[in-house]
Design a protein around this ligand. Structure first.
Ligand SMILES: N[C@@H](CCC(=O)N[C@@H](CS)C(=O)NCC(=O)O)C(=O)O
Length: 134
């Protein structure tokens, strides 16, 4: 019991420190024309990310979100018995973060794995990638 609590405090401490360092070394945000920014802001409204503040995989993913300059909604899935945690488990299929929820009209996609989420967001919102495809 004590060991579990100490381990949790240690994990949260290290995670919190990582989040702080990540904040201090935030990547530069991409810049878009206002019209393109408005379109990106609108498109990201159909997405949200279930996450924990101090999870290293979530921190890594949030850095990409920051760089891409998109107002993605974050949902804290850490609170036991909390709404977001139970939605993630029931509708997503498991409690694992980060998880990107993509609502497409009638269907909802639950994208797990930080590397897959990062690749998806880059593909959808990185102007450099979009230009090279055009
Ligand atoms: N390979 C996954 C690892 C994700 C992972 O292990 N997340 C941990 C938190 S750091 C988790 O969700 N654990 C389940 C739990 O807390 O119940 C990724 O890259 O997204």
């Amino acid at each position: 019991m004590i060991k579990t609590v100490l381990l949790k405090i240690f994990r949260e401490g290290v995670g919190g420190l990582m989040a702080f360092i990540s904040f201090l070394t935030s990547p530069r945000k991409v810049k878009r024309q206002q019209e393109d920014q408005n379109a990106a802001n609108e498109r990201v409204k159909s997405m949200s990310m279930y996450q924990y503040f101090a999870c290293p995989f979530c921190i890594k993913t949030r850095r990409t979100v920051h760089r891409l300059n998109i107002p993605l909604e974050y949902r804290n899935a850490q609170v036991r018995g909390g709404e977001h945690r139970s939605t993630l488990e029931k509708e997503g299929g498991k409690i694992k973060v980060p998880c990107l929820r993509i609502d497409n009209g009638k269907t909802t996609t639950w994208l797990y794995e930080s590397n897959d989420i990062i690749a998806y967001l880059n593909q959808a919102f990185d102007p450099a990638l979009q230009q090279s495809e055009a």
